[in-house]
Design a protein around this ligand. Sequence first.
Ligand code: THU
Length: 139
Amino acid sequence: MLTRDEEFLLNSARAAAANAYCPYSKFAVGAACESEIGIVSGCNIENASYGLTVCAERVALFNARSRGASRITRLAVSCITVRPDAAINQRMCCGACRQVMVELMQPNAIVIIDGAGVFTLRDLLPAPFWLQSSEINGE
Ligand code: THU
């Protein structure tokens, strides 16, 4: 059972999927993230050079960050073309997106996955790759 806020965010993700550019997979995905600047969404964008495809979750997160969001607390994602009886894995976020979520979202962030449930980011990626700034700068 989703809260009203979660339902609203999920509906934003579903709406964003309408703009998916997915001529190769025909698998339309939408994502929406909530932050101090409001709700910002994205959809998957494919490319003839398949590896250049970017998932909806990353498009939404990069869109939000580039608009100035620094406290992204929740993200909703919806694979709108998935069959109602499809396995849960067809609705889950890929590993690359989970790593990007850890980078750009708050540590206690929530991820709402249409037809799969509500997860903490920690549930989705319990042991992410992470660098301390001191390790990067050698300080
Ligand atoms: N896709 C997403 O947008 N998010 C995911 O988490 C998994 C996959 C997209 C990428 C590609 O355009 C299509 O779904 C099929 O893999």
